[in-house]
Design a protein around this ligand. Structure first.
Ligand SMILES: [Zn+2]
Length: 850
């Protein structure tokens, strides 16, 4: 029984049999709050007349199936999310009338009711396999078709799809019908429907193909906060950059960007109709890191219009290339064509940290993953697919040269427009333009998993001159690949308390030991930084003298990149139990004052939290938490009024609050009796403070209700749900568990919010211990929830991680041992819960020895 799965072999067989011409989809979304009417008419050729194949559909029911004018009995032909088509001719017309189900999990056709005005907002999210939740279809990326959507909806709505929105014609009472023009050939996962009383701001952009209309949409209640001008200006820069870089006109008739509620991912590259999470409409003051991230996301989706939508992967094993390319292209555009010229530094701080963490989990995999079915790909939207892939792609660009890379890309787009490709199709073009053999590069970087560690070994004579310098390369156990790295080695001296770079060497590292003769005979520098400028993908260690220098001069670097690299190295040592957590905490607390790189601040604060709450030895954890919380408040008070650092530091200090903490400052800031100059106590800051008060046990349910009532929006309700679940009592945790895990029907966004409060980092462990056993019992039935997003939200969000002790590790391992036959995707999520606990326990032991 396939259930809702589809294997790569089945997809390949179907693609060999079928060539799709057109798919016409007729929808009526006015038929009620639960279901909608959907009819697909598919015209396609079949290479073997008489053969049979199947359509995919996940929905309430199928009413009618007609193949070339002959009716098939749905009772016999529709089961298990497939519609069996028999008696095919060389050319076929298949009509399926069906009833689809709206979802509230962000998959398929999501239906959201705004609590402010009871207005309904619909949007689709189809990647990976969910276009079949809206209409019967061949659900695989290489069966492209030209789509024509006809949609009946309330007459006062905006209705948006891949083609420009037509003038509607009146239908039944209060409704209207929009008949969209046929699209170019698209994979079904990038088709889209967004409908509701959205507000819209319009503009246009000059392109190689003429003036292209632009639209930005959001819910009415968010319109006052929408900075459409910024978004349009950025979007236009992206259009100009990508058309030139790819030497290829924008392929679609218009470009709409729609902010949609309860969205699981950051954004989605639907052709000409990009959906973006509402967190990117800035309701409150946000960090500069988030503003930069939004710009990257906007450019990422735009890059997909060419790489992903115009040219599309044949199967999901090339998902990594699709995503890595968009990451690389958008970061390049951001660095070269916008005000965020340090985009690659942000990439190094944020994306690579994600990649390194993911690559050290037991579940890591080669960038080119073996995706044998849909289950495999659903859990593969990870740090390997996005961040490691993009890091490696950046190296590939350096390896073949930027010009050769660009020329190869241009040929690739010319050759494969509107088609499907594999990695091979790109490598062939890059080999042609660069003259380099990319097979061995591909083997070392794409087909093996794991990250190497590079460690300098320096010997000096009695005068302090270097007599021998080697970079040692090692690999993790079980990942026996050593790789070639071209990287920089920076030499720094302490001058007037500052660390000044005196030289930068370019070194080709290969194999277990690489001699660096250029260092021999020189005086040993105060600090030697392997991978200065961050070209390599590797874990970096400092030699003893360099580490001592770094610890003694935490603010010594004058630019943020080497500072970020040294701190990343210290963090990595802490994670690997080579440095005590409290030493790392001291280093970060000494580094924070004056730090203005927003993404680096954000990263350091997250690492600081993990170090304090998970890596510090249990005997010292509580005192370390209190001292860190107090120091963060001090640094926050000293931060420049109204600065990004002030916002991040107050949020970080509040986040370390736990049961029984003195609530005076939090309450004072919230009710205005205490003022931190420049700190805007806006919607989000009020919830940050109130959630911390709740976590301290100093806010009641009535307080939380009153705050929600101040602005009873969907976002307000999510924040309230999180705050309630943060209350440090057995009753509050029980209620959170019951409402999110045991009961059904809550939207994915609310379940996620409750999870954030339930397993909040600073939760006293004893409150969550009773849930360890219940968690593993719950895993027996969690998949019956039927939604991948919901299952993932619960399995990850309700894991009682704050317990972080040997008992939790044992229980998790016991479940894995006892359940070898449960689905690989579920086991992978559980293993990814276990690995950080094992790592934390080793780090705790290391910290205890200090
Ligand atoms: Zn993407």
């Amino acid at each position: 029984m396939p259930g809702t799965n589809l294997t790569r072999d089945e997809a390949a067989a179907r693609a060999a049999l079928v060539t799709v011409d057109t798919i016409d989809v007729v929808l009526d979304v006015t038929t009620g709050p639960e279901t909608f009417a959907t009819t697909s008419t598919l015209r396609f050729a079949c290479t073997t007349p008489g053969a049979e194949t199947f359509l995919d559909f996940v929905g309430a029911s199928v009413e009618r199936i007609t193949v070339n004018g002959t009716d098939l009995d749905p009772a016999e032909h529709f089961s298990d999310s497939r519609i069996r088509l028999t008696g095919l001719a060389a050319d076929n017309e298949v009509v399926v009338e069906a009833t689809g189900r709206f979802t509230n999990t962000g998959e398929g056709l999501h239906r959201f009711v705004d609590p402010v005005d009871d207005e309904v907002y619909l949007y689709t999210q189809f990647e990976v396999p969910d276009s079949r939740r809206m209409y019967p279809v061949f659900e695989q990326p290489d069966l492209k078709a030209a789509f024509a959507f006809t949609v009946t909806a309330p007459a006062h709505w905006q209705v948006v799809s891949n083609s420009p929105t037509p003038e509607p014609t009146p239908a039944a009472e209060g409704t209207a019908t929009w008949a969209f023009e046929r699209t170019p050939r698209l994979s079904s996962y990038i088709t889209a429907l967004v409908a509701g009383p959205y507000d819209v701001v319009r503009d246009s952009v000059a392109t190689r193909g003429g003036e292209v209309p632009l639209g930005i949409f959001c819910r009415k209640s968010l319109t006052p906060y929408l900075d459409a001008d910024n978004l349009f200006a950025l979007t236009k820069k992206g259009f100009a950059f990508f058309e030139e870089e790819f030497d290829c006109a924008y392929p679609f008739a218009k470009y709409d960007q729609l902010f949609t509620p309860e969205y699981n991912a950051g954004a989605m590259e639907n052709a000409g109709a990009v959906t973006i999470a509402e967190i990117y409409v800035f309701r409150s003051k946000v960090t500069e890191a988030l503003v930069e991230r939004r710009a990257l996301t906007v450019l990422h989706e735009l890059a997909h219009m060419w790489f992903g939508d115009l040219v599309t992967m044949r199967w999901w094993n090339d998902l990594w290339l699709n995503e890595s390319f968009a990451e690389w292209a958008s970061t390049t555009c951001q660095a070269e064509a916008t005000e965020w010229t340090d985009a690659w530094t942000t990439f190094g701080t944020y994306e690579k940290d994600w990649a390194y963490r993911q690559d050290q989990l037991s579940t890591t995999h080669p960038i080119v993953a073996d995706i044998s079915d849909l289950r495999d790909v659903e859990v593969n939207f990870d740090g390997i697919t996005y961040a490691k892939g993009a890091s490696v792609l950046k190296q590939l660009v350096a390896y073949v040269g930027r010009d050769a890379f660009r020329d190869g890309l241009r040929t690739y787009f010319r050759k494969h427009s509107w088609g499907n490709t594999t990695l091979e199709d790109l490598l062939v073009e890059l080999e042609a333009t660069s003259g380099r053999d990319l097979r061995s590069w591909s083997r070392a970087w794409l087909e093996t998993a794991g990250v190497n560690t590079l460690r300098p070994a320096v010997e000096v004579d009695e005068y302090g001159r270097i007599t021998s310098a080697v970079i040692e390369q090692t690999h993790a156990e079980g990942y026996a690949t050593l790789r070639p790295h071209r990287l920089g080695v920076g030499l720094y001296e302490v001058r007037d308390g500052a660390l000044e770079r005196t030289d930068l060497l370019e070194v080709d590292v290969d194999g277990a030991r690489t001699e660096v003769p250029a260092l021999v005979g020189r005086p040993q520098p105060d600090l030697l930084l392997v991978n200065d400028d961050d070209l390599a993908y590797a874990k970096i260690r400092l030699d003893e003298r360099s580490l001592a220098t770094a610890l003694a001069h935490p603010r010594g670097f004058t630019s943020s990149l080497p500072r970020a690299l040294v701190l990343a190295s210290a963090w990595d040592m802490t994670r690997d139990a080579e440095m005590g957590a409290r030493s790392f905490v001291d280093l970060v607390l000494a580094s924070l004052p004056g730090e203005s790189d927003s993404t680096l601040l954000r990263t350091l604060i997250l690492q600081l939290r993990s170090a304090v709450l998970s890596y510090t030895a249990p005997a010292h954890r509580e005192s370390t938490r209190e001292a860190t919380r107090d120091r963060l408040w001090e640094i926050a008070r000293d931060a420049e009024p109204g600065s990004d650092a002030q916002l991040q530091l107050v949020t970080a200090a509040a986040g370390l609050t736990t049961a029984g903490d003195d609530p005076t400052t939090l309450r004072g800031l919230l009710d205005g009796t205490e003022v931190l100059e420049g700190l805007d106590v806006d919607f989000e800051m009020r919830w940050t403070l109130l959630t911390a008060l709740a976590a301290a046990g100093a806010a009641t349910e009535a307080d939380i209700d009153a705050e929600r009532a101040r602005e009873d929006t969907a976002t307000g309700r999510e924040r309230a749900a999180k705050a309630l679940a943060s209350v440090p009592t057995a009753e509050a945790k029980e209620r959170a568990w019951r409402e999110a895990v045991e009961e059904t029907g809550k939207p994915n966004a609310v379940v996620d919010a409750i999870g954030l409060g339930f397993a909040r980092g600073a939760t006293p462990p004893e409150l969550l211990r009773p849930f360890v056993e219940r968690y593993f019992t719950m895993l027996d039935t969690v998949e019956e929830k039927g939604s991948h997003a919901l299952v993932e939200g619960i399995v990850l969000g309700f894991y009682p991680f704050p317990v972080v002790d040997a008992g939790l590790l044992e229980a998790t391992q016991a479940w894995l041992d006892a359940n070898p036959d449960r689905p690989a995707a579920l086991r992978r999520l559980v293993a990814e819960n276990r690995d950080p606990v094992a790592r934390a326990l080793a780090a705790q032991e290391r910290d205890a020895r200090e």
